[in-house]
Design a binder for this molecule. Structure first.
Ligand SMILES: Cc1cc2nc3c(=O)[nH]c(=O)nc-3n(C[C@H](O)[C@H](O)[C@H](O)COP(=O)(O)O)c2cc1C
Length: 148
C-alpha cells in the first residue's frame, strides 16, 4: 500500500481542515495517510523519505507563508524527495501567495513529481471547497497508481 504524509501549518485551523479533507480523498484511493501539524514534526522523528507522496500546506499572512512551514521547507531540503509525488495547498483571504511558493519549492528545489498545481482555498467550507480538496487528494492518489 502506498503511503502519503500531509504536513500543514496553521493559525486558525482552516489549513488543517483542508489537510484533513485532502487526506480523505487520498484514502478513497486506498492510500495510507498521515496528517501532521508542522509544530509536531520535531518530536515525531519524522522520516520523510519513507513516504511515497508528500503534501505540504500553509496559510498566507501578510503576503508570506506561515513561518512554521518556511522553517520546515529548509528541513525537508535535507531529505531526498526527488521523483516522489507532491502537492501543495493553503487557506487564504485575498492574495494567497503561500501555496504557490510551497509548490514552486517542491518542484524546483526538491524536484518532486507535482500535482497539476497548488490548491488554494479561501475556506474549506465555502462553495466547492470540500469537493476541491477531496479531488486534490484523489489526483495525488491517481499519481500513486490508484484508480479513483
Ligand atoms: C493579520 C492577518 C493577515 C493576513 N494576511 C493575508 C494576506 O496577506 N494574504 C491573504 O491571502 N490572506 C491573508 N490573511 C487571511 C488568512 O490567510 C486566512 O484567514 C486563512 O484562512 C488563515 O488560515 P489558517 O486558519 O490556516 O491560519 C490574513 C489574515 C490575518 C488575520
Amino acid at each position: 500500500m502506498s503511503r502519503a504524509i500531509i504536513i500543514y501549518a496553521t493559525r486558525k485551523n482552516a489549513t488543517k481542515s483542508i489537510a484533513e479533507i485532502i487526506g480523505e480523498g487520498l484514502r478513497f484511493g486506498g492510500i495510507e495517510v498521515t496528517v501532521m501539524n508542522v509544530a509536531d514534526v520535531e518530536k515525531s522523528q519524522l522520516d520523510l523519505e519513507s513516504y511515497d507522496a508528500v503534501l505540504l500546506g500553509a496559510p498566507t499572512y501578510h503576503g508570506e507563508m506561515h513561518s512554521g512551514m518556511k522553517t520546515f521547507l529548509f528541513l525537508a531540503e535535507k531529505a531526498n524527495l526527488e521523483g516522489k509525488v507532491g502537492g501543495a495547498f493553503g487557506a487564504y483571504g485575498w492574495s494567497g501567495e503561500s501555496a504557490g511558493r510551497i509548490y514552486d519549492t517542491m518542484k524546483n528545489i526538491f524536484k518532486m513529481d507535482m500535482a497539476g498545481g497548488p490548491l488554494m482555498l479561501k475556506s474549506a467550507f465555502i462553495g466547492g471547497g470540500v469537493q476541491m480538496a477531496q479531488s486534490y487528494g484523489k489526483e495525488i492518489a491517481r499519481k500513486l497508481g490508484a484508480s479513483v
